[in-house]
Design a protein around this ligand. Structure first.
Ligand code: CMP
Length: 145
């Protein structure tokens, strides 16, 4: 089933954006929207509110606000699952041992600095897309071709 999800390129992998977009195309995933933004600490904390009580929360917010991120609305068949497969496991070390060609294996550096994020379910995809691409935005051009 064709669906949409959020692909979030983290500060450590923004310079790899071209390579990541090529990988999306090779996997029949379309980029519908993209925007580069600098997270404030408040917005990063809101985006990751489910992790508030985790021991890594503060370092995650430090990292996510260390430079711009690129948010993309991507579309394709089972794209939520497919993008997470392209990402590989959250931990870079695990990604390197179990999925050496994954984005996190190639571009991540540790458990926190792991190159990119993908929504983990259809519900979080809807919430996370709304976060970056609010449906009530006053002016917006979307690529639906
Ligand atoms: P992400 O998919 O963006 O979702 C939550 C993020 O928290 C995760 O990627 C990592 O950047 C970070 N994270 C998750 N687990 C850990 C961990 N055990 N130690 C440090 N950071 C983590």
């Amino acid at each position: 089933k064709k669906e949409k999800t959020l692909a979030l390129i983290k500060p450590d992998a923004v310079s790899k954006l071209g390579t990541i977009v090529i990988a999306l195309r090779e996997n029949d995933i379309q980029v519908c929207k993209a925007k580069m933004v600098q997270f404030s600490r408040k917005d990063a904390a809101l985006f990751y509110e489910e992790h508030q009580s985790k021991p890594f929360f503060n370092s995650l917010i430090d990292f996510m606000t260390s430079g711009p991120v690129v948010a993309m609305e991507i579309m394709g068949t089972n794209v939520t699952k497919k993008w997470r497969e392209l990402l590989g496991p959250t931990s870079t070390a695990e990604a390197r041992s179990t999925a050496p060609n994954s984005i996190r294996a190639m571009f991540g550096s540790d458990d926190t600095r792991n190159a990119a994020h993908g929504s983990d379910s259809a519900d979080s995809a809807a919430r996370e897309l709304e976060f970056f691409f609010p449906s009530r935005a006053r002016c917006e051009l979307a690529n639906t071709a």
